[in-house]
Design a protein around this ligand. Structure first.
Ligand code: TGC
Ligand code: FAD
Length: 390
């Protein structure tokens, strides 16, 4: 996993613009220089490397598709995908921080927020001065967020927020939370809740075996007074949070390719060096089969992601198309993490190589942003017109 090794069997680079390649290489270099050397240690310690927030901001990883006037990068969705790919090549937890900030915090404030909310929060989120989180999942409502219990009630120029959210990426370090709650009419609304508001706490979730370098926590609201000016005015209903998820799931479809590339490249180099029975293990048919199949699957995933990105740039990517790519690419990466780990034998279980960390990380990635099963059911609904969720 160095900057010189890069998996591009079908010359997909030819489909990219100069700008895409510049953006990608800037992220790749920063990750190789500042993150790669320390990530295993932070993951082993179970600590979020908060000092990297400024590095992510400097390379434009926060809000790359948000217009420049609000501090974003003004880039297209292929650039966004390449950014998530290069970050997840190093670690899915680092990519989670960036996905949440860009797609789940900045995007809804941009898409559903007032002009005041956009100018108040977006530049600070882009510069990393503020970190955000996204509260949709609850202890008893994960795959079925429409059943959420978190509520707001009217109180003059405020609303009173009560309830709790669970499994929230960045919550322990966040300055603001985009929270989804039901109003007195039962409609879901989005609110910007700020750290320091009375009754708002963010307990950390410990003992994860996955995404150990990412901070995950709860959001607890005990009669929190939220000014009405913090309600996102331009959306209501489940389409609000699900619209954000379309963007984050898209980024994950690219990100997972990065993790797979790192596993494949590591296994390829190891197979050429490790000698058993008098020759490199890469000379045995069984190991060649593994490598050939990994490269095939990565190449198919790259084409899927690139095509989805062009559709997204044209505003044509559908939720079901995004589900197909997220589902396929994450499963592909998890399979490659497992196969490549085996190719390293005993060495594969140590932190000297990245596979075990990728594998454990990807167990969260295949669960969050809609489980593997839920994406299959979204596709099933698209194909048949019959909802099998309920
Ligand atoms: P359903 O009846 O299908 O739809 C309800 C309303 O939502 C609208 N809608 C959408 N709008 C915009 N974009 C989409 N993709 C949409 N999909 C549906 C729909 O038109 C309807 O609108 P309205 O106005 O009439 O209310 O909803 P359902 O309750 O049957 O649920 C469908 C289902 C199961 C697919 C959905 O609930 C779902 O996707 N569940 C999975 C939950 C999920 O993905 N949670 C992720 C939490 S965030 C996270 O994991 C972050 S991890 C980040 C990281 O660290 O990287
Ligand atoms: P459940 O919904 O209880 O599902 C349990 C099992 O049942 C799964 O296998 C599921 O596929 C299956 N299942 C559920 N419904 C059906 C059905 N209709 N048909 C067939 N099978 C079904 N959420 C946020 O809001 N913000 C975040 O930042 C965030 N970050 C996360 C970070 C991590 C590390 C993790 C692990 C999760 C995060 N999540 C976040 C939550 C995540 O989105 C949920 O875990 C996920 O949506 C699944 O919900 P659940 O865990 O409650 O599982």
């Amino acid at each position: 996993s160095t900057t010189t090794s890069y998996t591009d069997f079908y010359q997909i680079d030819d489909l990219l613009t100069e700008e895409h390649i510049l953006v990608r290489d800037a992220v790749r270099q920063m990750m190789a220089r500042d993150v790669q050397p320390i990530i295993e240690e932070y993951a082993q310690k179970g600590t979020f490397p908060a000092h990297l927030i400024k590095n992510f901001a400097e390379i434009g990883a926060f809000g790359p598709t948000i217009p420049v006037e609000y501090g974003g990068g003004g880039l297209d969705y292929i650039s966004y995908g390449l950014i998530t790919q290069e970050i997840e090549r190093c670690d899915s937890g680092m990519r989670s921080t960036v996905s949440v900030q860009s797609s789940l915090v900045m995007w809804p404030i941009y898409a559903y927020g007032s002009e005041e909310q956009r100018t108040k929060y977006l530049p600070k989120l882009a510069s990393g001065e503020m970190i955000g989180c996204f509260g949709l999942t609850e202890p008893n409502h994960g795959s079925n967020p429409g059943g959420m219990l978190t509520r707001i009630t009217e109180a003059g120029d405020h609303v009173i927020l009560n309830g709790s959210k669970m499994w929230i990426t960045n919550s322990p370090v966040a300055d603001i939370a985009v929270v989804w709650a039901k109003n007195e009419q039962g409609r879901i609304q989005g609110l910007i809740v700020e750290r320091g508001m009375e009754g708002f706490t963010t307990p950390e979730i410990h003992n994860k075996w996955s995404l150990r370098a990412s901070a995950t926590g709860e959001l607890v609201f005990d009669n929190v007074k939220v000014p009405k000016e913090n309600i996102l005015p331009n959306v209501d209903g489940l389409r609000g949070p699900l619209g954000c998820l379309d963007n984050a799931r898209y980024g994950i479809a690219w990100g997972a390719i990065g993790a797979a590339m790192d596993c494949y490249e590591t296994a390829r180099l190891y197979a050429l060096e490790r000698v058993q029975f008098g020759k490199p293990i890469g000379g045995f048919q069984l190991q060649q089969k593994k490598l050939a199949e990994m490269l095939t699957e990565i190449t198919k995933a790259q084409l899927l992601a690139w095509r989805l990105g062009t559709l997204k740039n044209q505003g044509k990517a559908t939720t079901a198309q995004i589900s197909m790519a997220k589902r396929n690419n994450v499963e592909m990466a998890l399979n490659i993490a497992r196969e490549s780990r085996q190719m390293l034998g005993g060495m594969g279980i140590t932190g000297d190589f990245p596979m075990m960390r990728h594998m454990m990380n990807l167990e969260s990635v295949i669960t969050y942003e809609g489980t593997h099963d839920i994406h299959l059911l979204i596709l099933g609904n698209e194909i048949t017109g019959i909802q099998a969720f309920k």
